[in-house]
Design a protein around this ligand. Structure first.
Ligand SMILES: [Zn+2]
Length: 275
């Protein structure tokens, strides 16, 4: 089962999208980033990686995937021209507004498929606000974390290495230019520096990616292989759906879809709460 661009909200007709959103009462949102990934991967690597997984999740949940636009929060990549960032408040406002629109179309549950560490703190804040303001139930899937943790060693948690190259191969292999993968930064040094930022207990806050990789990237992109990349993207989508369903089963009371009416009809009270 390859990609599913036909699940993208923007490509669908309004009646078709309305049917899917109301029928599934669920929507998928993709969040990534536009930032330098060396000479071999596109600026939109994280955006494409998120969309690739999000489409597959939407297919499994029989619904649509909405894009917020490709740009995320990546101020620490700005030393490389072409990288873009949103202010955290901007991203949060977009997430909250889009959740409101999806909710009024009938989506009570939203799966955010993220592929960018810089987005995560803001996504949590925005999801909390959207839940309070619009009565949606949001789960956040960190697709890059799932990929690296499910395939340790093979899908390295580097920047522009094997894992991200595989992610772009699974989206559009023509965007990968391995012959341009020049000037990698030192792998052990990059991994050691990155791991300090990824500690769950005491950690610094990244302000310049050159502190991790002076040339902008490190890793082993040549280890990625197209057929395997496709297999992994499918397995990651399966994982996201399995986990989301676990959460929905564990917390049915907080799912608006399981409220008193229970039939997916939005009551006047619920509609009021959603405004
Ligand atoms: Zn990336």
């Amino acid at each position: 089962m390859p990609r599913h661009p036909e699940r993208q909200l923007e490509r669908l007709s309004q009646p078709a999208a309305a049917r899917l959103l109301a029928g599934s009462r669920t929507a998928v949102v993709a969040t990534g980033s536009v930032e330098q990934h060396g000479g071999h991967l596109p600026l939109g690597t994280d955006a494409y990686a998120a969309l690739s997984i999000a489409e597959r999740v939407a297919e499994r949940l029989d619904t649509v995937v909405a894009s917020l636009g490709p740009v995320g929060i990546a101020p620490y990549h700005l030393p490389w021209p072409g990288s873009l960032t949103l202010a955290p408040a901007t991203l949060a406002a977009i997430v909250i507004d889009i959740c409101a629109g999806l909710r009024s179309a009938g989506a009570e549950r939203i799966v955010v498929v993220n592929w960018h560490e810089g987005n995560s703190p803001t996504l949590r804040l925005a999801a909390s606000a959207a839940q309070q303001q619009h009565g949606v139930q949001i789960v956040i899937a960190e697709a890059h974390v799932i990929t690296s943790s499910q395939y340790p060693g093979e899908m390295e948690f580097t920047h522009a290495g094997a894992m991200e190259t595989a992610a772009v191969l699974a989206y559009d292999a023509d965007l990968v230019r391995l012959d341009e993968a020049t000037e990698p930064s030192d792998y052990p040094a990059g991994e050691a520096a990155h791991s300090l930022y990824r500690r769950p207990d005491v950690y610094p806050v990244l302000s310049d990616f050159r502190d991790i990789a002076p040339t902008g990237w490190y890793g082993q992109p040549a280890r990625a292989e197209r057929a395997r990349a496709e297999e992994i993207a499918e397995a990651v989508a399966d994982h996201v759906v399995r986990r989301a369903r676990e959460i929905w089963a564990a917390f049915p009371a907080t799912a608006p879809g399981n409220s008193a009416t229970g039939d997916g009809t939005v009551t006047a009270a619920e509609a009021g709460a959603a405004r």
